[in-house]
Design a protein around this ligand. Structure first.
Ligand SMILES: *Cc1c(COP(=O)(O)O)cnc(C)c1O
Length: 356
């Protein structure tokens, strides 16, 4: 498929940071990257693993003007027995194609994507940190590279994979965050690009996030764009609530990104016999559950943090404190289970890990 991956190994003098120390998130990049190009007529070609470094593009490259770009986010882990594993990479490859389809970007063979990630991780395996909770964050992305100012799908693209050793999101255990319920700005709307991992979705969300920070909130809880009533996501995470023993999460309405962590959590909850429902959830449902004491837990889910407990929701200027602002039992158990599987501490009973 697309020809053999050409490998050009050279660290270009790049030195590895001390992987035992503060890595932060997305600050350090490994020695190599994967690249492959697309041209209408030829298709995807020239897959290569080359030294990490700047790429140069014509200033008229369409990605700079019309934002034709999609990306993925996933992680490789070093297990307790010193193996390097990926968590559900087939799901990321599938979603990359779903996002691409929405943005009129050509598809890439999913098995090839996983194999390319495996080979790149193998080459830079020394960069997968060992420290508890740390991982190698993997960022595959596709950009339109054709140099033309006409508005239409590009005829040239690059598919690139870069990797970054990162710390655990929570160094000292889960920390509940304050969230602002966003009543004016929208992230996406049904029929738009909210269910694709499109770069532009993020550009449009920054302003609300900045304003939330001024209210001492880490992120916003997005409401649907039409009625400003139904919950969608929290920042760039999916959102879950535990109400009176039942777990609920917004159903995929066309404006919500289908998180792989979301899917894994629904799977675990069903397996544990905890009732879990995907449905429309209005902000009024949450206000009511909070008022009558049945709102037990709230949390966001995503690859970067796995889970992020919500300590309070700021709505109409009034904070609704959840579980006394503390990390709930269920979110703690979900975190322990998923990170336990990823680190090899718990058995991989669902077949979620792929060795590189
Ligand atoms: C990536 C992303 C998520 C989380 O997806 P995971 O696959 O769980 O990492 C949720 N919402 C948005 C908007 C995202 O971009």
């Amino acid at each position: 498929m697309y020809g053999n991956i050409r490998v050009e190994l050279n660290h270009n003098g790049k030195t590895m940071p001390n992987l035992e120390e503060n890595l932060g998130f997305g600050k350090h990049f490994t020695a190599h990257m994967f690249m492959m190009d697309y041209e209408e007529g030829t298709g995807w070609h020239d897959p290569r693993i080359i030294p990490y470094g700047p790429i140069s593009h014509d200033p008229a490259a369409m990605v700079f003007h019309y934002g034709q770009a999609v990306f993925e986010g996933m992680k490789a882990f070093r297990t307790e027995s010193d193996e390097v594993v990926l968590f559900r990479p087939d799901q990321n490859a599938k979603r990359l194609n779903r996002s691409s389809e929405r943005l009129s970007i050509p598809q890439i063979d999913e098995e090839f994507v996983v194999a390319a990630i495996q080979q790149l991780v193998r080459i830079d395996a020394a960069w997968v940190p060992k420290k508890k909770g740390s991982s190698l964050y993997i960022r595959p992305f596709v950009i339109a590279t054709e140099a033309i100012l006409g508005v239409r799908p590009a005829m040239q693209y690059s598919f690139i994979i870069i990797m970054s050793p990162v710390d655990a999101y929570y160094e000292e255990g889960l920390q509940p965050v304050n969230i602002l319920v966003e009543s004016y700005f929208s992230r996406s709307v049904r029929g738009g690009t909210g269910d694709a991992k499109a770069a532009g979705n993020y550009a449009g969300s920054l302003k609300a996030q900045t304003l939330a920070k001024e209210h001492n909130c880490a992120q916003v809880l997005w409401l649907d764009a039409i009625e400003k009533k139904y919950l969608e996501e929290v920042g760039s995470m999916n959102v879950f609530f535990k109400i009176n023993g039942e777990v609920v999460t917004p159903s995929l309405s066309g404006s919500i990104l289908e998180g792989i962590t979301r899917g894994s959590i629904i799977h675990l909850l069903k397996d544990w016999g905890i009732p879990v429902t995907e449905r429309k959830i209005s902000i009024d449902d949450i206000v009511e559950a909070h008022a009558n004491g049945s709102l037990e837990e709230a949390f966001g889910t995503g690859t970067a943090a796995v889970v992020s407990p919500i300590g309070s929701l700021l709505w109409n200027g009034t904070p609704m404190v959840i579980n006394q602002g503390k990390t709930g039992e269920l979110v703690e158990k979900l975190y322990a289970t998923i990170t336990g599987i990823q680190s090899g501490k718990l058995p991989d009973t669902y077949g979620w890990l792929l060795k590189v």
